[in-house]
Design a protein. Structure first.
Length: 112
């Protein structure tokens, strides 16, 4: 993944944490679904990880990385682009299913 990372445009002061630590912290947070403040200290400070995540999100770095990784995986045949739709995920709204509406009463028809 290192060749896909952006090159700093201007020199800045050295970070206390490596890019590797911060990216691993971001990956941990996304995988765990935890709040930013719960990132373990081995990955650096949560604020540094969040700042890197937001900066790369704003400038499109994450999108470029994902596109490049997908292209590399597709070229080696590791991705199948088949889409399968199952009826268990296609749900209708309750009103489409013929549910009774509140307030509207229809008289029943007498049996003939």
């Amino acid at each position: 993944m290192e060749p896909l990372l952006p090159v700093p445009s201007r020199p800045s002061r050295p970070s206390l944490w490596s890019k590797r630590q911060l990216i691993d912290g971001i990956r941990w947070r996304v995988r765990a679904g935890a709040p930013w403040r719960d990132i373990p200290a081995v990955y650096g400070s949560w604020s540094a990880a969040y700042a890197l995540f937001r900066r790369w999100q704003r400038d499109g770095t994450w999108r470029r990385i994902l596109t490049a990784l997908q292209a590399m995986a597709d070229a080696t045949g590791r991705i199948t682009w088949d889409v399968i739709v199952d009826s268990t995920i296609a749900r209708a709204h309750q009103h489409a299913a013929g549910a009774r509406k509140r307030g509207i009463r229809r008289p029943s028809r007498p049996a003939e």
